[in-house]
Design a binder for this molecule. Structure first.
Ligand SMILES: Nc1nc2c(ncn2[C@@H]2O[C@H](COP(=O)(O)OP(=O)(O)OP(=O)(O)O)[C@@H](O)[C@H]2O)c(=O)[nH]1
Ligand SMILES: [Mg+2]
Length: 611
């Protein structure tokens, strides 16, 4: 007899507690030794996930409850990684929809729920963080019903079970305040209300690859769901490639999931999730099927990217000093490798041979890719993110976003003004009378570029923003760009405290003293709208006078630290961010001050001409 199986994905808005809940599920499933030390959010296993405290990649694990095996996919909640969720949903028969019992449903809750309902997956509602002092589970549950209705859920779908959890302590309740002390009600609910996977173990083999992973011991692994038939080790199978061709392959190693480990298996039957090692060149979306009688599955289709950025080789005077991979061949090979695992990305050649247009879902997604590349030893330059504008039936259209801003009441005016300047239209304002308000805007996606940092500055770090792609709309026309110019180095050299002291009143510096600079490098933000060339290398004239009062008066304001994300948000059309393993520099596209266009119109014209 085969083991009963359930396949679930955990989906939610960012930070609502998915990975924490998986920790508790793993712990309580008896997979670890008594007293085994466990790190928190153990599924967030890559460096950037741990540093940022967010999930970036969807990951599989599995536990056993009584005699049922539960395959679990932990998914990211940040909207930029929505592609991960879309493909995770292909692997499962049901979803745990987590909602923070205080925050309630937010844009990404809507997005993931919409995808789950469209895929006809059975939901279990999990109101998490019920221990928060401001938890309001009853009201949040009402909001969830409203959301289901808004998404045209069927009667059946509306009839979802609800559980109340504290993922941190690992407790699930059927009713708020009942005497449960474990997650048992949740495990029980999964086994009873998530349907067992369909598919005949004796049928024609049908498997779809939904993820790729890499293991130091096993190399490349294809993670796939067996929809029908039984995959046996050592058999010859057909891989149905995305272009429709069939490629015969022998399966040499199979694994199933158990906790954080993978167990080698002789065979994997319909319904289960498998990791297959040793299949060269296999890609996400491809099917594995019977060689004699191929029955490939439809390839996965996911939402199109909405944001694009130009990646190009580093042409700054400091190119090649800090990185190992600097040529356009290196860049191309790395981007092609990324495409294999990152299904929501696209890469196109762009104008000159040394540049690529990389399309993704958001600034964070691309920033994570760039950060990963620089840690691997790459040098590159990236341009200002732009929203994809399409032409359909002769109309120019652009993506439109639903934006939710949560901020203290005192900032309502400031927020409305800022969003107005970015063509945001307020749709709704809700006041929970907690001192904070929640405003909903409809805004072209373009209006979101650089918005987060500006909003945080304007609201002294108090605003929370969430957005969701809502659809496409007529191109709204030009939009206000960065209202300030740059302070641009007019020559190469090393920055000097005395010079900075003289410049800093013009705006805000990005470089401190003792930094090597080049002509055309950006040293700070000008308070005025045009660019200003500055000499940051100027030493104080030596005089015979005793150290005068001027020396003592040199008080430097600490420079603004430009992280990769801040730099990407900051740059204008005619600027690049230069990225190397050790440095993030900002620069003008045209370094030579004499050749650089000065006025915005000219900049636009020169940018248009080069693209
Ligand atoms: N008070 C309280 N905090 C919780 C609970 N569950 C999770 N948290 C906290 O919420 C934060 C986010 O938790 P994560 O598990 O990383 O959330 P996530 O949904 O996996 O986040 P992403 O994967 O980035 O979307 C962490 O600081 C957790 O400790 C809970 O039940 N109660
Ligand atoms: Mg997570």
């Amino acid at each position: 007899m085969t083991t009963p199986v359930r396949n679930i994905a955990i989906i939610a808005h960012v930070d609502h507690g998915k990975t924490t809940l998986v920790d508790a599920m793993l712990r309580q499933s008896g997979i670890f030794r008594e007293n085994q030390e466990l790190i928190t959010r153990v599924m967030d296993s890559n460096d950037l996930e741990r540093e940022r405290g967010i999930t970036i990649l969807a990951k599989n694990t599995a536990i056993t409850y009584r005699d049922t095996k539960i395959n679990i996919v932990d998914t990211p909640g940040h909207s930029d990684f929505g592609g991960e969720v879309e493909r995770a949903l292909r692997m499962v028969d049901g979803v745990l929809v987590l909602v923070d019992a205080s925050e309630g449903p937010l844009p990404q809750t809507r997005y993931v729920l919409q995808k789950a309902l469209a895929a006809k997956l059975q939901p279990i509602m999990v109101l998490n963080k019920i221990d928060r002092p401001d938890a309001r589970p009853a009201a949040v549950l009402d909001e969830i019903y409203d959301l289901f209705i808004d998404l045209d859920a069927t009667e059946d779908q509306l009839d979802f079970p609800v559980l109340y959890t504290n993922a941190k302590t690992g407790v699930a309740h059927r009713k708020v305040g009942d005497d449960s002390t474990t997650l048992q009600p949740l495990f029980e609910q999964i086994v009873t209300s998530i349907p067992p996977p369909a598919g005949d173990p004796a049928g024609v083999l049908q498997i779809q690859v939904t993820n790729l992973d890499y293991s130091d011991f096993l190399g490349r692994l294809a993670i796939a769901r067996v929809f029908q038939g039984t995959l046996k080790r050592g058999t010859e199978v057909a891989i149905s490639k995305l272009d429709g061709t069939i490629q015969p392959t022998k399966i040499t190693k199979l694994f199933t999931f158990r906790g954080l480990d993978r167990d080698e298996a002789e065979q994997v039957v319909a319904g289960d999730i498998v990791a297959i090692a040793g299949v060269e060149g296999i890609q996400i979306g491809e099917s594995i099927t019977d060689l004699a009688n191929p029955a490939p599955l439809e390839p996965l289709l996911i939402d199109e990217p909405t944001l694009t950025m130009v990646f190009t080789i580093n042409t700054s005077p400091f190119a090649g000093r800090e990185g190992q991979y600097v040529t356009s061949r290196d860049l191309r090979a790395r981007l092609e490798k990324e495409l294999l695992t990152n299904v929501s990305l696209r890469v196109e050649d762009f104008g000159a041979t040394d540049a690529f247009r990389v399309l993704g879902r958001g600034e964070l997604q691309l920033a994570i890719l760039i950060e990963t590349m620089r840690r691997e030893g790459y040098e590159l330059m990236v341009g200002k993110p732009e929203i994809v504008v399409r032409t359909e039936n002769g109309r120019r259209i652009e993506p439109l976003e639903l934006l939710i801003v949560d901020c203290p009441e005192s900032f309502i005016g400031i927020v409305m003004e800022l969003l107005g300047s970015r063509r945001g239209e307020m749709k709704k304002m809700v006041n929970h009378h907690s001192g904070r308000v929640r405003m909903e805007f409809s805004i072209p996606s373009r209006g979101l570029i650089g918005l987060r940092s500006q909003l945080l500055t304007d609201t002294r770090g108090t605003a929370l923003i969430h957005s969701l792609l809502e659809g496409w709309t007529d191109y709204a026309g030009d939009m206000a760009m960065r209202p300030t110019g740059a302070l641009v180095c007019d020559r190469a050299g090393v920055s000097v405290a005395y010079a900075i002291w003289g410049i800093q009143e013009r705006g805000e510096m990005f470089v401190g003293p003792g930094v090597e600079v080049y002509e055309g490098m950006i040293a700070g933000e000008n308070a005025r709208e045009d660019d200003m060339n500055v000499n940051i290398t100027k030493e104080k004239k030596q005089t015979n006078m005793r150290s005068s009062s001027a020396d003592e008066a040199i008080r430097l304001i600490p420079p603004r630290e430009m992280t990769l994300e801040k730099a990407i948000e900051f740059i204008a059309d005619d600027e690049y961010v230069e990225v190397t393993p050790k440095s993030i520099r900002l620069r003008k596209k045209v370094l030579d001050a004499k050749k650089r266009p000065k006025r915005w119109q000219e900049i636009r014209a020169s940018v248009d001409a080069s693209s």
